[in-house]
Design a protein around this ligand. Structure first.
Ligand code: MIC
Ligand code: SF4
Length: 642
């Protein structure tokens, strides 16, 4: 029996566990890591507290791309801290302005067949060149930088066969929106999605990366494409042909699930508010008045994407009722657009050019008007994420976005005329002058900290029993943007957990932080896929700070569950799904034998003293995770072991 692509990479990096047992915990050696600034400060504080003198990976890169507004000293302090830590410990530093982490990593550092983890959920973008790349919490990245393994449940293998070839005006974004339509935002949980079939060769690397990037929205562990001749040409054009290795699935590889998508049959799609799997065809939505268009983000800001947009906008004018903003994904893309004149076409049409950063994708500016309809080439349209509570965000391809910006209404681009053919250059323009190399080992670099950097909270030993209250009950698909919102007003405080805590669950219940403080914490009851979306460990650290002891949910998203365990918060799941309905906010709860039950790997007894019933909750942990929960978090556990 042959291997899938993922199995090949797992096999060559396996340091713990049995990869033939789907669902069991495996440990992988990590070749590369990346961080971004919104999660990076916390990751490096944790790395420093581990106490190793130098990173032990082949390549670690710290990017600054999320917090670039600098509306106060906070961002600049964080940037300076990260730059100094990077210099000292052997980490490459990508300066603000150099681009979005995933886009730059793909262009400059990613290598087929290697493992990569990043403190950002869209790290699977690297799957576009055949890397096995995972999003992770900051602590997991810190541990990998210190030479530790990265742990996941051995995923199921899913194969998506691509046949045919995309029609004009239909693009990679439509492929992943189709996959989201088929599988939903929880359809990828516990699975690696591999793309194969003759359609793969028709997709360029940036197109593949759009698809693996947005695999995060499926909840997938990661997504991966083969590394083939197309990949080799891309790396050669980046001046890195020596980084190429061919990698593909064996012909007799076995998959747990197989799907087929005929690329020729796809049409332009849109994800409607407020979920990336709420898919309609653009034809169905055509004519809808729009207020804003934003083009960019780690999903669709490549040279290919923006050259197509420029060709559409050339000689045209943005509709007077629409605001169009464009953020190129990297300095490379931006420079090339400037060199070949495409930038002038964008500016001349009326686009507002933003710096190469995440920007509006994470609510850092460009919030739409009240109730405003915004078409975005991004990957997430969760409620409130844009910074406008009632903003209506539609996720679309760059082609749909650009054509609609000209017409002022949602437009099927196939009605626009001839499709602009854009080919990737033989050689990209490369100049890594915004990447700062680390200092040699044994340096005496001083790490520079600002007053915004506060210590991170840590748990306590798991007590024998817990008596507490349901302080919040929420429904299905709660995102980390609900739990710990971002945006321009809050994001600068990512290294200040006490300040952040005022905004915890603000999207669901503004009273939550006050209530949690008054009641000394409690437990949160949630539905299915709790914690989907971002990798921000702040969605665990802030509840920890507010005294949350457990989350009792129908199911969890992978990264958030790992973050809860790392923080020492119990991620409990209902043994009987209907039990969810029996819990109300305010109920008095007891876990009378929790420590003993965790130690023995038993289901957890949950007494609802208000309603007068007792149920069982499952807690499926590996031995490693059990030790972390008992010790009150992963870092405390490591300290106990040393
Ligand atoms: C996101 O897209 O939600 C983010 C902002 O990039 C997050 C990371 C963060 O919250 O800092 C992610 O995707 O992990
Ligand atoms: Fe940045 Fe948006 Fe990508 Fe997150 S999804 S890394 S905020 S561009």
């Amino acid at each position: 029996m042959g291997d899938t692509i993922a199995e090949k990479i797992i096999r060559s990096h396996l340091v713990e566990g049995d990869m033939t047992q789907r669902g069991s915990e495996i440990g992988l050696r990590i070749d590369q890591t990346l961080t971004q600034d919104a999660t990076g400060t916390m990751a490096y504080l944790q790395f420093e507290s581990i106490g190793v003198p130098r990173v032990r990976t082949e390549r670690s890169v710290a990017y600054i791309d999320h917090n670039t507004l600098q509306s106060g000293f906070e961002n600049a302090d964080d940037h300076r801290y990260i730059q100094s830590v990077a210099k000292k410990y052997g980490i490459y530093f990508s300066r603000p302005g150099n681009g979005i982490c995933h886009q730059v990593h793909l262009e400059r550092f990613g290598k087929p067949g290697k493992t990569l983890i990043g403190s950002d959920s869209h790290t699977p973008t690297g799957g576009g060149i055949g890397m096995l790349a995972f999003g992770a919490g900051g602590l997991d990245v810190a541990l990998a930088m210190a030479g530790g393994a990265f742990y996941i449940s051995m995923p199921k293998m899913v194969r998506i066969n691509l046949t045919g070839k995309l029609s004009p005006w239909v693009s990679a974004k439509d492929v992943i929106l189709e996959v989201l339509r088929m599988l939903s935002v929880k359809g990828g949980v516990g699975k690696i999605i591999e793309y194969g079939g003759e359609g793969v060769a028709t997709l360029t690397v940036p197109e593949r990366a759009t698809i693996t990037n947005m695999g995060a929205e499926l909840g997938a562990t990661t997504s991966v494409f083969p590394a083939d001749e197309v990949t080799r040409r891309f790396l050669a054009a980046q001046g890195r042909v020596e980084d190429f290795t061919e990698i593909s699935a064996d012909p007799d590889a076995v998959y747990d699930e197989t799907y087929t998508i005929d690329l020729s049959a796809l049409e332009p799609l849109a994800a409607c508010p407020h979920s990336p799997d709420n898919i309609k065809t653009v034809t169905e939505l055509a004519g809808m008045k729009i207020d804003q268009v934003c083009i960019g983000s780690c999903t669709n800001s490549s040279y290919l994407d923006l050259m197509r947009v420029a060709a559409i906008l050339k000689g045209k004018k943005v509709a007077e009722t629409v605001s169009l903003s464009i953020a190129p994904g990297s300095k490379q893309v931006y420079t090339m657009l400037a060199q070949n004149g495409a930038l002038a076409d964008l500016i001349d049409a009326g686009a507002r050019i933003l710096e190469c950063a995440c920007g509006p994708c994470i609510g850092m500016g460009q919030s739409p008007n009240s109730g405003g309809v915004s078409l975005r080439t991004f990957n997430r349209n969760f409620e409130g994420r844009s910074g406008t509570a009632d903003g209506q965000i539609y996720l679309v391809s760059p082609e749909v976005a650009a054509v609609s910006a000209v017409n002022g209404v949602m437009t099927d681009p196939r009605t626009f005329g001839e499709y602009p053919e854009v080919v990737l250059p033989e050689r990209f323009f490369t100049n890594d002058n915004m990447i700062v190399s680390p200092a040699p080992e044994g340096n005496d670099i001083e790490v520079l900290r600002g007053p915004n950097i506060k210590p991170f909270p840590q748990g306590t030993d798991l007590p024998d029993a817990i008596e507490t209250t349901v302080i919040l009950k929420v429904g299905d698909n709660i995102t980390t943007d609900h739990i710990m919102p971002a945006g321009s007003k809050i994001l600068p405080y990512r290294s200040n957990i006490p300040y952040l805590s005022q905004f915890c669950f603000a999207v669901c219940d503004k009273e939550f932080p006050e209530r949690a403080k008054k009641m000394g914490g409690g437990i949160v009851v949630g539905g299915a896929n709790y914690g989907q979306g971002s990798s921000r460990e702040h969605a665990a650290l802030v509840p920890l700070y507010l005294g949350v002891k457990a989350v009792l949910a129908q199911s969890f998203a992978r990264i958030h569950m790992a973050n809860l365990i790392n923080s020492g918060i119990l991620p409990l799941t209902f043994c009987v799904a209907e039990d969810y309905d029996r819990f109300q906010q305010g109920d008095e709860i007891a876990l009378p034998k929790v420590r003993e039950e965790v130690e023995q790997g038993q289901d957890i007894t949950v007494e609802n003293r208000t309603q007068g019933f007792t149920v069982k909750a499952a807690l499926s942990l590996s031995d490693r995770q059990r030790a972390a929960i008992l010790a009150g978090g992963q870092l405390r556990c490591l300290r106990e072991q040393h």
